[in-house]
Design a protein around this ligand. Structure first.
Ligand SMILES: *[C@@H]1O[C@H](CO)[C@@H](O)[C@H](O)[C@H]1NC(C)=O
Length: 119
């Protein structure tokens, strides 16, 4: 019923990728964040807005998937993938892919999610 169409356009800004993702209400959106070699064993996560606190984190590779957010780390391809399902207009906004490090985290990509109305 809902088209499960995801379009991602990437360009580079200050070395961190900026990713624009679209999804339809009721559908899902998948964002793939490539990260640098050497970070395979690090925890990856998806967080919202400024990602300033743990409350902004919506999904982590070290935690079980939820019905709304799932994460997957392809260590061969150096790409972290997060999927957001059952999209609602309130899901639209800015997200970041994060890599947990001991001092400060590394954000390989910033993601802008737009949620479009279905027909
Ligand atoms: C979460 O979902 C992704 C995508 O479906 C899957 O590849 C991954 O193995 C799942 N992770 C866990 C911890 O079950």
């Amino acid at each position: 019923m809902f088209p499960l169409l995801t379009v991602a356009v990437m360009f580079v800004r200050n070395t961190a990728a900026m990713v624009q993702v679209f999804g339809y209400e009721g559908g899902e959106a998948t964002v793939s964040c490539p990260y640098g070699a050497g970070y395979e064993s690090y925890e990856k996560y998806l967080c919202r807005n400024s990602c300033g606190s743990d409350a902004d984190v919506v999904g982590k590779t070290t935690q079980a998937n939820t019905s709304k957010y799932s994460t997957y780390d392809d260590k061969q391809k150096h790409a972290f993938t997060a999927t957001i399902t059952k999209l609602q207009s309130s899901d639209a906004g800015t997200y970041k892919c994060g890599v947990s490090r001991s001092m400060w985290d590394y954000y390989p990509a910033e993601v802008k999610l737009d949620v479009l109305k279905g027909e």
